[in-house]
Design a protein around this ligand. Structure first.
Ligand code: CAA
Length: 259
């Protein structure tokens, strides 16, 4: 368990990765390491079927810790900045389905943290942005890459070049956010959805891998990956369960075991 990043699990296979570093969940270098460790722990735990990333009811995360960055000499920062990228890569590569539940600000590294998730559920008071340019830097944890892949190059350029903030509704309209809820409900809604995914078949891992890794490849190679993963589904108990259940009772009734 980290000092600022904790992992709690419920009895329905959902883990919550909770960031708690008052007052604004600034991501200092200790937080980077704690996220990396939390991702490794969750990734290797087969009892976890889905994950919710949450910064608590006030702020998701206001970005990398500017006070810490201001004190680091270039050489030290150069040596350590890769840890942040690595930590977020490990979150993005979690085999489980992940949902970021965003209350309040998700800025800079906070927005990038939400981009590591499969889905972003936003509170109606959420504000997203990549304001790094206002500090004289650029996003350093996926904001020029995952963001552009998600919302398109033009939207990403506007966000990164101008450094503005976007409401939950604006973020929904551009595809940065998947759903908007009243602030008091967003975490519960994310957990509810995560529980549905946690009941899903092992094939969800194949689906996530196929989409996330395939998008980085040329079409021929990506389609070969899809075939490989589709075929691999036939080695799972859940494939047998899913098809037996369909033939006996029709669609949507299978009780999967995530194996
Ligand atoms: N790092 C360190 N401290 C931060 C911080 C950050 N990213 N954001 C806010 N704080 C601190 C403030 O300095 C302030 O501290 P003090 O009480 O000691 O003065 C405290 O948190 C509260 O902040 P505000 O008084 O500014 O509160 P607010 O409600 O008026 O505004 C805010 C909140 C909109 C989040 C505003 O603080 C803000 O714009 N923060 C900076 C956001 C930002 O630029 N993020 C990008 C960081 S760089 C990055 O993330 C690089 C990357 O890609 C990895």
């Amino acid at each position: 368990m980290g000092e600022f990043v904790t992992v709690t699990t419920d009895d329905e296979g959902v883990a919550t990765l909770r960031l708690d570093r008052a007052p604004v969940n600034a991501l200092n270098s200790q937080v980077w390491v704690e996220f990396r460790d939390a991702a490794r722990r969750v990734s290797g735990d087969d009892s976890i079927g889905a994950v919710v990333l949450w910064g608590g009811p006030k702020v998701f995360a206001a970005g990398a810790d500017i006070k810490e960055m201001q004190t680091k000499p270039f050489q030290e920062f150069f040596a350590r900045a890769g840890v942040l990228q690595e930590a977020f890569n490990e979150l993005a590569r979690l085999p489980q389905i992940t949902i970021a539940a965003v209350n309040g600000y998700a800025l800079g590294g906070g927005c990038e943290l939400s981009l590591t998730a499969d889905f972003r559920y936003a509170a109606d008071n959420a504000r997203f942005g990549q304001p790094e340019i206002l500090l004289g830097v650029i996003p350093g944890a996926g904001g020029t890459q995952r963001l552009a892949r998600l919302v398109g190059i033009q939207r990403a350029k506007e966000m990164v070049y101008a450094g503005g903030m976007y409401s939950a509704e604006e973020s929904l309209a551009m595809g940065l956010v998947d759903k908007v809820f009243p602030a008091g409900e967003v975490y519960d809604k994310a957990v509810e959805a995560a529980r549905r995914y946690a009941k899903g078949p092992y094939a969800l891992r194949m689906a996530k891998k196929a989409v996330n890794e395939g998008i980085e490849m040329g079409l021929d190679e990506a389609l070969r990956l899809e075939t490989t993963l589709f075929t691999a589904c036939f080695a799972t108990e859940d494939r047998q369960i899913g098809m037996d259940s369909f033939l006996a009772e029709g669609p949507g009734k299978a009780q999967f075991v995530r194996r």
